[in-house]
Every structure is written in C-alpha cells, then in structure tokens.
Design a protein around this ligand. Structure first.
Ligand code: NAD
Ligand code: GLY
Length: 364
C-alpha cells in the first residue's frame, strides 16, 4: 500500500529530555491540512479524536479536518468555542473535560487543537489534565500559533486575576502547520504573528531580522521554520522555563501589562510590539544597546503595521507587571536587547522595573 505520508517529511523534530515529554515532529507544508488524519494516524493509535476549535476556524476548516480524521479511521468528536481570548477560560475548560468524559474518551484517544493560540492553549491544558494526561495534536491556524504557541508545551487558561494563571507544561504529540490557512487570516491577526516573528529576530536571529526587510509572503514558510527552530533550541535547553527559555518573553513583561490595562482589548501581538519598543527605548537610554537599535525596531514593527506607541502610564503598567507570574520573589527577569539579535536576561529588583518602564515610555 502506498503510504500517503511518504512525500512529507517533518521540517523539525523537538527532542526533550524530560520524563513526561517525548520527541515530536513539526510539519510545515502548504496544503497539508487534508492530510491531518494520515499524519495523526502515523503517530497515534487512538480510536477517537476530539477536535477543539473556535467558531470562525471551525467554519473555515472544520469539515476538512473532520473528514480527514474520519477517513483515517478516527471516530471524530467536536467541541467548538466562541472565538476570542474570553474563551480561554476555566469555564470552557471544565465544559470540555466533561464533554470528553461524557463521550468516554480514554487515555489512548487524542485531542486535536484546530485554531490559534486560544484554542491551542485551552486544548493543551485540557489534554494535560484529563485522565492525568492524554495525547494532543496542534494544528495551528494563525501565524502566532505556528511560530510560537503550538510548540513548546505551554498550555493554560486565564483566571479572573490574569492571563495564563492556571496551566501546565504538556507537549503536543505532533504539530501540523499548513501556511495556506493563513490566507484567510484578518490583516491585524496576521500582524500579531509578525510581532512574535520580529521578537525572535531581536532575541538572537540576525538572518531572520535581515529577511524581514524583504516582502514576507514569498518567504513565509522559511520564516515559520526559522522561528520554530529558534524556539526549539530554547525549549530543548529549558523545557520548564527556568532559564534561557525566558528569552522568549522579550517585550512580554510590559506587553502583558499593556494587555491587562486595556482589559484585553489590545491583542497579544500588538501589546508585545509596544512592549518591545518600551524595553528597547529604556535599554538605549541606559546605554545597554547602541543608539539606533530603537529606530531599527520601530521601523520594522511599523513596516508590519504594528503599533509602537502606548498610552498607559508607567505607574499603571508597573503595578500590573510586578504582579505578573514571572516575578521571582523581589526580582524580575527582564529580557533586554543589547543590540539587534542580541537579547539577554537581566535579573533586576522589581522596584527597578519602574525605572525601565518610565524610560521606555519617555516619561523621564
Ligand atoms: P486567537 O487564537 O484568538 O486567534 C485570533 C483570531 O483569528 C480568532 O478570532 C480566530 O477565530 C481567528 N482565526 C484563527 N485562525 C484563522 C484563520 N486561519 N483564518 C481566519 N481566522 C482565523 O489568537 P492568537 O493570536 O492565535 O493566539 C493568542 C493566544 O495565544 C493568547 O491567549 C496568548 O496568551 C497565547 N499564546 C500562547 C503561547 C504559548 O507558548 N502557549 C505563546 C504565545 C501566545
Ligand atoms: N511563548 C513563550 C514560551 O513558550 O516560552
């Protein structure tokens, strides 16, 4: 029998040393979505596959994925949530867990996360805790989810007190990226993903930074692969975010505060863009990075239609940033650019973060 997957080779394999995680493949191929069932079948013997998706994504791609899974012998179930961050909730988590229990999902069955970061984080957390852990597959449909949230096993839901406050490290069994699905993304959602791409370039990837100065469309698959490869290295070195993986938080300490101060009206990607500007301006003013770094970052973000100005006060952002879960006692590990493609962790007293934010907003 012809193996329909033989023509496809994974672009990347993530290899983890931990007891709970195993290696998993990441496919990046145009038009791969109808092969979801074959690819999942090639790694999982499950009888049942539970698709978790949001209403927008499921309307566009649900049938393709459902049919593909069914054709590969899976009994397919669906749980569709309203689109948007508000759905990444404890309420939806419990609803989904109860649905899986009602449908007699067992440890050898699997969850298929079809959507952006909201769906992937929720589905992953449900898979992590249902029956103390069942396999799950990431089928990311936003640029942000392809380059960041679908890889690395951070799963979570939001609580009343803040984003991602309940979660687990739970690695997917497989990641399937079909860049063709990005053609239906709204422009601002695509831009959100570009913020994370620019983040990788500023952390350590000069080649990516240079590439981003040419039109992105013809090199999209390459760019997705480069970002995932950057993330792979950090996740393999530090799966549980105790050290170097924290570099992925460039722009996020202030970015999360911006999201919270806006009552989550400002998207994650936009907030990260503003956060990167604030931390770069502060670094430049403190002579940590050379003059010109800020202009380079702002110009790139603007070229990708991302916001670079923030209207919240330093005091408001500081109050939220220092309550963030990334705080470590009285200190915060800030990710600070020392130049283009050279960001480093700087452990600073929480009180010093206010100075960074004030400098970054141009308040002093
Ligand atoms: P999202 O999942 O809310 O998707 C954004 C919007 O795009 C939604 O309305 C969705 O319905 C729509 N959409 C998705 N794919 C589409 C497509 N192909 N065509 C048309 N519309 C489509 O948001 P996101 O930006 O993908 O993810 C943000 C979330 O990811 C946040 O909750 C953030 O905290 C989380 N995140 C997690 C990690 C991690 O490591 N786990 C990393 C970064 C971000
Ligand atoms: N998105 C940050 C991380 O995965 O660590």
């Amino acid at each position: 029998m012809n193996d329909p997957c033989t023509a496809l080779a994974p672009a990347i394999t993530v290899s983890l040393p931990s007891a709970t995680a195993r290696s998993y493949d990441i496919y990046i191929n145009n038009g791969i979505l109808p092969k979801t069932g074959e690819l999942v079948r090639s790694v999982l013997p499950s009888k049942k596959a539970y698709i978790l998706s949001d209403d927008t994504v499921f309307g566009l791609y649900g049938e393709t994925v459902r049919n593909s899974l069914a054709a590969s012998g899976f009994e397919v179930y669906e749980f569709v949530i309203p689109h948007g961050e508000a759905s990444k909730s404890a309420e939806n988590l419990v609803l989904f867990l109860n649905k899986m229990a009602h449908d007699r999902i067992t440890r050898s069955d699997c969850v298929v996360a079809l959507g952006g970061g909201v769906v992937g984080d929720l589905a992953g957390f449900a898979a992590a805790i249902y029956l103390r852990g069942i396999p799950f597959v990431q089928v990311p449909t936003t640029l942000l989810a392809m380059v960041d949230s679908s890889v690395g096993g951070k799963t979570a839901v939001d609580l009343d007190e803040g984003k991602n406050l309940a979660g687990a490290f739970w690695q997917p069994t497989l990641v399937i990226c079909d860049p063709d699905v990005l053609t239906t993304l709204p422009a601002d959602t695509f831009a959100d993903g570009c913020a994370e791409v620019i983040k990788y370039s500023m952390i350590s990837d000069r080649a990516l930074f240079d590439k981003l100065h040419s039109p992105i469309a013809p090199q999209l698959n390459d760019i997705i692969r480069m970002c995932i490869t950057d993330k792979q290295a950090l996740v393999e070195a530090d799966e549980t975010d105790k050290g170097v993986r924290q570099l992925l938080n460039l722009g996020h300490t202030v970015g999360h505060a911006i999201e919270a101060c806006s009552d989550y009206e400002i998207s994650h990607g936009s907030a990260v863009a503003m956060g990167m500007v604030i931390i770069t301006r502060a670094a430049e003013k403190k002579n940590i990075c050379p003059v010109g770094t800020l202009d380079a970052v702002v110009n790139l973000l603007e070229a990708y239609k991302l916001p670079t100005k923030c209207n919240f006060s330093a005091d408001a952002l500081f109050a939220v940033a220092t309550a963030d879960k990334k705080r470590d006692g009285d200190h915060i590990n800030l990710v600070v650019p020392y130049g283009i493609a050279d960001s480093r962790l700087l452990r600073v007293p929480a009180t010093e973060v206010l100075e960074f934010i004030k400098l970054g907003l141009g308040e002093v």
